[in-house]
Ligand binder design. Structure first.
Ligand code: J2J
Length: 545
């Protein structure tokens, strides 16, 4: 059997010392933090989901039961577990349980399908998959069956299902002796979980985050965002995404003793009722949703007066859009420009209007180093557009098991190449101008052009394909595939989409638009790179509009 690669995230010793000396890293770990929360905030409400209401003490008890149950199955601390639980209370109970057991969660989104899940299991060498039975009309037990049937996921030993487990172990029925639980907390410098990268090129990469670095990021975010014990935070975006998890997200709210309310959907119909019922104070949205909410708020009968701060991030919020959001909703707007790899920027709550409407904020920490460089790698003057590079106390130095990507994505002195093009304003505020990579930011969901092209190239009637992002009034960007058919018979567009869905990929990766072309005109520049080709196809298409 294959050797299991250790998980690590290492900063050079002098950086680690600096981050500790500055008080960024305090040696706090997830199990210690959650135990502490359960003691300090015992009777306060930690999570609300549908009719379920969990106090901190109850959530901790549930987490210990899950932890003991998973260890009783034979899982060992340090093993990886892919979790796919959607926006359910079981998601937090399971993640708390995994931390308590010393197991390492890998955060899949509800939209992921067998292609992505099997990739995560392989890359993480995961021992278990924990999923919800059904959610949003999809049966994850079917995905579990497909996963089980694959010949090339040798590390996977267990499937556990929240709800009706069918032939699989049921999360609620897991039992184990509390004596199995670790008696020592992990090393705060060790990897606590694996987050999923937006996948700028090819398949998503795994992002190892440590206890110390991640806890710092949301503890510091709490101060910037004003999260307190009386905060009621609505998770309207996918709970497993880095934004609603940590900026300051559910984890920040738990750290402060507030209440996390899960919305099964980000639609105003569902969420507005929850805001009124739970007196929600804070939440995060992606730009298209923020615009939709601002419109819906004009005619709603629901009372939204409890709202304090609306964070918008994940994709660019233009100043015009920001103005509409502020005009439509009775809240303070905060722009958030973050990434699962680390660096998070916020506009501050007391910033002037121009800054809040016109920038994507500035970094969390004095320890965040930001470089804006030209194509030659040299810094450009403030106010000029360049590539954003960063390193700091909560930005990774490497992906898990990706030697080639690591060589591309990090400079020799440890700066992460974000792929974003930005300009820096006085005070360190950043304005996102675009990006260097060919990926599509579809309403905050990141799609790798390369990955979609690979799928489509497997279609028997497709000869060649280039996938590009096209500006979209609602989504910000949509995906468009330019396709050259093999032979004379073009496949029908709905058939191509259905075929791609049938390959078991997340629905958001299926091209919004498919345009058949006779040939790619590659004569002008001779041997074109994919990047040039995509750019030219996009430009020609937009000119015709
Ligand atoms: C423009 N582009 C943005 C913004 C992210 C908080 C908030 C968001 C994420 C996230 C996150 C943007 N304007 N306001 O992890 O903790 C694009 C950039 C960035 C990429 C990262 C968080 N906010 N982006 O979106 O890992 O291109 O994280 O590099 O999914 O989203 O994507 P992701």
């Amino acid at each position: 059997s294959e050797p299991i690669l250790p998980l690590q995230q290492t900063w050079p010793a002098e950086f680690a010392e600096r981050y500790r000396a500055a008080g960024f890293w305090r040696g706090e770990t997830f199990p210690a933090m959650l135990r502490n929360c359960a003691q300090r905030f015992a009777d306060r409400t930690a999570v609300v989901a549908g009719d379920e209401r969990w106090s901190y003490a109850a959530l901790w008890q549930r987490a210990e039961d899950i932890a003991a149950g998973l260890l009783a199955l034979g899982l060992q601390p340090g093993e990886r577990v892919v979790v796919q639980l959607g926006n359910t209370a079981a998601f937090y109970a399971t993640v708390w349980g995994l931390f308590r057991a010393g197991l390492v969660p890998v955060y899949a989104l509800a939209a992921h399908r067998i292609t992505e899940i099997s990739h995560f299991v392989r890359k993480a060498q995961a021992s278990a998959y924990v999923a919800v039975d059904r959610c949003e009309g999809y049966d994850y037990r079917q995905l579990a069956r497909e996963l089980r049937a694959l010949p090339d996921v040798p590390t996977l030993r267990h499937v556990v299902i929240a709800g009706d487990g069918a032939e699989f172990a049921a999360l609620d029925a897991l039992q184990g002796d509390a004596a199995l639980l670790p008696t020592q907390d992990p090393d705060p410098q060790s990897v606590a979980f694996l987050q999923i990268s937006g996948g700028s090129t090819g398949l998503s990469k795994l992002i190892p985050r440590t206890h110390d670095d991640y806890i710092y990021s949301f503890r510091a975010s709490n101060d910037i965002c004003g999260i307190r014990e009386d905060s009621v935070y609505l998770v309207a975006l996918p709970a497993a995404h880095n934004f609603p998890m940590s900026s300051p997200g559910a984890l920040g709210v738990f750290h402060a003793g507030g209440t996390v309310v899960l919305s099964p959907s980000p639609s105003p119909d569902v969420a507005f009722a929850l805001i009124e019922r739970e007196r929600v104070t804070d939440l995060g949205l992606v730009p298209p949703l923020a615009l939709l909410w601002a419109q819906a708020a004009a005619t709603t009968k629901h009372d939204l007066s409890s709202l304090r701060v609306l964070q918008v991030g994940g994709a660019k919020l233009t100043p015009e859009a920001a103005r509409r959001v502020v005009a439509g909703l009775p809240v303070k707007l905060q722009q958030v420009f973050g990434m699962a790899e680390g660096l998070v920027n916020y506009t501050r709550l007391h910033d002037d209007e121009d800054t809040i409407l016109g920038t994507q904020g500035r970094p969390i920490s004095e320890g965040d180093e930001v470089l804006v460089v030209g194509d030659n790698g040299r810094p450009v003057p403030d106010g000029e557009v360049g590539h954003l590079l960063t390193r700091g106390p909560y930005t990774i130095r490497a992906y898990h098991n990706e030697p080639a990507a690591n060589a591309r994505s990090f400079t020799e002195d440890g700066f992460y190449r974000t792929g974003d093009m930005v300009l820096r304003k006085p005070g360190g505020y950043l304005v996102v101008q675009g990006r260097a990579h060919d990926h599509i930011n579809r309403a905050g969901e990141k799609i790798s052009a390369e990955e979609v092209e690979d799928h489509l190239l497997a279609h028997p009637q497709i000869f060649d394909v280039a996938v590009v992002s096209i500006p979209d009034d609602y989504l910000g960007e949509r995906s468009c595939a330019f396709v050259i058919a093999r032979g004379d018979a073009r496949p029908r567009v709905p058939e191509v989409k259905a075929w791609m869905r049938g390959r078991g990929v997340a629905a958001f990766k299926i091209p919004d638009q498919i345009v058949f072309v006779e040939a790619f005109d590659t004569t002008a520049v001779g041997k074109t790179s994919r990047k040039e080709l995509r750019a030219r196809l996009r430009d020609a298409f937009l000119q015709k509009q």
